[in-house]
Design a protein around this ligand. Sequence first.
Ligand code: TXA
Ligand code: MG
Length: 355
Amino acid sequence: MNTQIVPLTQDEDKEALLAKLSQAGKIIKSGGLVAFPTETVYGLGGDALNETSSQKIYEAKGRPSDNPLIVHIADMEHLEKIVQDIPEYAKKLADAFWPGPLTMILKKSDAVPYQTTGGLDTVAVRMPAHPLALIFIKEAGGYVAAPSANLSGKPSPTRAKYVIQDMDGRIDMILDADSEADGAIGIESTIVDLTGDVPMILRPGYITQEMLENVIGKTDTDVTILDEHSKQPPKAPGMKYRHYAPKGELVIVEGEPQQVVNYINEQTMLHAQKGEKTGVIGTDETIRQYTADSVKNAGARGDLLSAAQQLYTFLREFDDENIAYIYSEAFPAGGIGQAVMNRLLKAAGHQCIKL
Ligand code: TXA
Ligand code: MG
């Protein structure tokens, strides 16, 4: 398949921009697949109400089909068609956080095929905050099913160049908005399940438990997120798979900052003696001390948004640089730090050394 790559910017000529997004929308309406930018990561979109489109998404990603997709909408009125009812909680959360990086799980209506929900009676819905994504979704008919636009198992793409690496030849079109991707959040949306008695976070993200509780009161977090050794299966099917993995072996190191630096430098030196290439993810506070071949700065430990924004890019860059062994500092788990650590632990296959 020939994949069209279409560069976009918000400040280009309005008519030209609309023409591109409307062409992308037509592809979705006729059952094709288009990758598009969001404020979190790039999505791999298809018509959420068309079962064949959802099947094609699973094929293009190489994703197990029991792992449900998120339906992206651009208009609050569109929500009614795809869910059985809209609980009060959902209205409040939509008011507070949509458009934005929050996905809500609700009971699905008959309009949503089981292919989209991985066989579940519930559906994940989100309204992304990216202005171009919102126009694209409207042009596509209002309901775009989209997982992250990476091959299954690889880090989610924060840049179109990584979408192209994974999806060129597998989908119809890639909308490339990289020229303005810098403000993106970089990790996927927070998922909150509103189908039980108490709202429950199934995947942490930029919208934290505290932010949710300020709007709807008591909210729980799936135990499998809080306890990395939990034997229970996670409630979001996708969270059970190994994810985001770089090709090199990734180990997280937790402890006093100076001990962590010393330990990582010892390890990278041993690898270097064997001729093995090494990488490190450090922070403003420690970065100058590392001696690995490739050293990436996640920013200040007190502001982990920068770590979230860059994490997947770092993992992809280590691959591009053929790094065989990667060490990352552990990050404090407050605020968005919980989401960063959740993704980092998955990427590391839970290899975490506590000094
Ligand atoms: O930020 C995001 O959410 C990005 C962008 C593209 O919007 N999308 C994304 O999609 O991360 P994906 O498919 O990579 O992750 C969706 C997650 C999976 O872990 C899946 O198992 C879970 O959402 N999920 C979807 N529907 C669900 C449902 N009905 N019940 C429980 N979990 C669900
Ligand atoms: Mg994903």
